[in-house]
Design a protein around this ligand. Structure first.
Ligand code: ZN
Length: 205
C-alpha cells in the first residue's frame, strides 16, 4: 500500500464542501458516483456518494480506525435556502449536531468543525483541563472583559440588560465550576506528587 493510501482519511481532514458538490451536479436526485481528493495530482482518498433525494445524500467509504478497516454508509441531510440574487443554495446538516454548514470534515465520520473541534479538544484535554475550560466558558458567558477575569465571580458586575435572576444563576454556576476545577487540579497535583515519590523511591532516594 502506498504511503498516501496508508494515511487514509483519518490523519488529515478531508473536506466535503456542499457548494462544490452542487457545482459538480452531485446533488441532483439519483446521482451516483465517487468524489475524490487529490494531492499533487494523485488521488489520496475516494468516497462514494449517492443523491437519494434533493434533501439527502448517502456517503459510502472505508476508513482505518486504530488499525481496523471500517466500512461506513450513512445519510447526510441537505437543506436549501434562497439566495439574494435568486435561486437556492445547499447546506449540509451536520449528522451529529444538526448545524447548518457548508463544509463537513472527515475524521472517521463526516461532521462539522464544531463537533470535530470539540471531540479533538476533549480528547486532548485532561479531566482537570476540561473543568477549567467549562469554568472559563461560564465566566465569559457572564462577562468577556479581560480586566475582570481574575475577580471572584460574585464581584463581576451584572451586564446591562441581564436579569438579576439570570445573573445570580450564572454566578452560582461559575462558583460551582471553579470549585470542581480546583478540586480536580488538586487531585492531579497529588497524583503527580505520588508518581514523583514513586520515581524517587525507585531511584533509591
Ligand atoms: Zn456538528
Amino acid at each position: 500500500m502506498s504511503r498516501d493510501k496508508e494515511k487514509d482519511a483519518t490523519e488529515d481532514y478531508r473536506v466535503l464542501d456542499v457548494r462544490a458538490l452542487h457545482r459538480a451536479g452531485v446533488l441532483v436526485p439519483g446521482w451516483l458516483g465517487s468524489w475524490q481528493w487529490t494531492r499533487r495530482g494523485a488521488v489520496v482518498a475516494t468516497i462514494g456518494i449517492e443523491a437519494e433525494s434533493r434533501d439527502r445524500v448517502r456517503l459510502r467509504y472505508q476508513v482505518t480506525v486504530r488499525g481496523e478497516r471500517q466500512a461506513k454508509d450513512y445519510p447526510v441531510p441537505v437543506t436549501w435556502t434562497p439566495c439574494h440574487l435568486g435561486g437556492e443554495r445547499p447546506w449540509f446538516l451536520c449528522p451529529y449536531c444538526g448545524r447548518r454548514v457548508a463544509k463537513l470534515y472527515l475524521q472517521s465520520v463526516f461532521a462539522c468543525r464544531h463537533c470535530l473541534r470539540l471531540n479533538y479538544a476533549s480528547q486532548q484535554q485532561s479531566k482537570g483541563d476540561r473543568c477549567w475550560s467549562r469554568f472559563w466558558a461560564a465566566r465569559s458567558s457572564l462577562n468577556m472583559d479581560e480586566d475582570l477575569k481574575l475577580l471572584p465571580a460574585k464581584h463581576i458586575p451584572k451586564p446591562k440588560g441581564m436579569h438579576w435572576k439570570t445573573y445570580d444563576k450564572k454566578v452560582a454556576k461559575i462558583e460551582r465550576l471553579e470549585l470542581i476545577a480546583c478540586r480536580s487540579s488538586m487531585v492531579f497535583i497529588q497524583k503527580a506528587e505520588r508518581q514523583l515519590e514513586k520515581a524517587l523511591a525507585l531511584l533509591g532516594r
